[in-house]
Design a protein around this ligand. Structure first.
Ligand code: MRU
Length: 377
């Protein structure tokens, strides 16, 4: 089955535009985003001059993925502070822009706390704004470092679980440099395996309805010169049945205290398939994605997205007719079920890999210990 699927993307240009950057032109500081809704067709920058523009970019998924949402949220607070807006109001709007990825609220809180502490200490709004920006920059830097450490731990685990090498890894959604200050979470592990000459193939789930796998992961895999093959989400079952998957690597938007993992919708069915076919199901996420305040999977708020994302497809250059500005693929008025995420219970997760090491088996005790250890570092 192998070679008929061999495919390496044509697009090998290095990604020059980072997913996000802070700039200070003479007109005033801005947060510049690579607009992920336009990829892979165009690399277009989106310049946010205030927190409300960033809230809109978060809702529309121009900027997305748990770790990057945290970094963006922190810079958003800094942007509000530096530009003299009401910081508490901006922080509340940013933290509430999307509910499932805990990193967003964590990043916002961190910058806001730095702002409040500096304001209380100095009474000076400029110093408080500088403190918020310093907190955002620190978070950005830490995420870059965490990404490299997750990649190393994840590759170690893959090699341990699959001693033969030549890994065929299935991934879902997008978890690379487009979601991180560094090379990402699950994708960074696959990339490390590729660089070590031990990745035989990356199977990329297209990830309906917004196609983060097809549009973004395939884009990143092509640029990294990885051997990858795209599949519809529905095709994963037959791929497992054919014995073509050695491991599943995915990211996470929130990990509850009991080890339940919320990630892009379609992750849970992959975990069920992986268990049935005795394939390791590995979650890669920074410790900041573990939320000790969310008790279990049922307590995770799952974002519900508009139905038109399912009932329509959007294609540039084509006349639009649907309510969401796309081409209808279902009868007008069709109701759609469109949760952005699903929850995988801990018993289906082989390991959670973080920058502090891997947890396996996944238990509440092991996660609590990991969080405590990480706080001491
Ligand atoms: O809706 P999205 O595109 O923001 O969803 C992103 C995911 O589900 C990712 O898998 C998750 O954030 C982990 S990214 C490291």
């Amino acid at each position: 089955m192998a070679d008929q699927y061999a495919q390496s993307g044509e697009d090998k240009r290095p990604t020059e535009i980072p997913a996000l950057r802070w700039e200070e032109p003479p007109e005033g500081p801005v947060l510049v985003l690579l607009d992920q809704t336009r990829l892979p067709a165009e690399e277009v920058e989106l310049v946010c001059t205030d927190a409300s523009a960033l809230v809109e970019a978060i809702r529309s998924l121009a900027v997305r993925g748990a770790p990057l949402l945290g970094i963006a949220g922190a810079y958003g607070v800094a942007l509000a502070a530096v530009r003299g807006f009401e910081v508490a109001e901006a922080a509340a709007a940013l933290a509430g822009a999307r509910p499932t990825a805990v990193n967003l609220a964590v990043g916002v809180r961190r910058a806001q706390a730095a702002h409040q502490a500096a304001l209380a200490r100095t009474g000076d709004t400029r110093q408080a704004a500088a403190a918020a920006l310093a907190a955002a920059r620190a978070l950005h830097r830490e995420d870059t470092e965490a990404s490299a450490r997750m990649a190393a731990h994840g590759l170690g685990l893959l090699d341990e679980l699959l001693p033969g090498g030549g890994h065929r890894v299935l991934t879902h959604c997008n978890t690379g440099s487009l979601v991180s200050g560094g090379e990402g979470t699950a994708f960074a592990v696959a990339l490390a395996a590729h660089r070590a000459g031990r990745l035989r193939r990356l199977w990329v789930d297209e990830t309906r309805p917004l196609l983060q796998g097809a549009r973004l992961t395939a884009y990143e895999a092509a640029r990294s010169d990885m051997t990858y093959t795209l599949l519809t989400d529905n095709a994963a079952g037959s791929l497992f049945a054919a014995g073509e998957v050695d491991a599943v690597l995915i990211g996470a938007d929130r990990i509850a205290a009991d080890g339940s993992v919320a990630n892009k919708v379609g992750s849970y069915p992959l975990a069920v398939l992986a268990r049935y076919h005795h394939v390791p199901f590995i979650v890669v996420a920074p410790v900041s994605t573990v939320d000790p305040d969310t008790r279990d999977g049922a307590s995770i708020e799952i974002e519900q997205r508009p139905g038109y994302e399912v009932t329509e497809v959007t294609a540039p250059q084509v006349p639009v007719t649907g309510a969401g500005g796309g081409i209808p693929v279902a009868p007008l008025g069709t109701q759609a079920y469109n949760p952005a995420f699903d929850v995988t219970p801990p018993e289906l997760v082989t390991a959670i890999v973080t920058e502090e090491g891997a947890v396996s088996p996944v238990t509440a005790e092991a996660l609590a210990e990991l969080c405590a250890r990480s706080r001491q570092v």
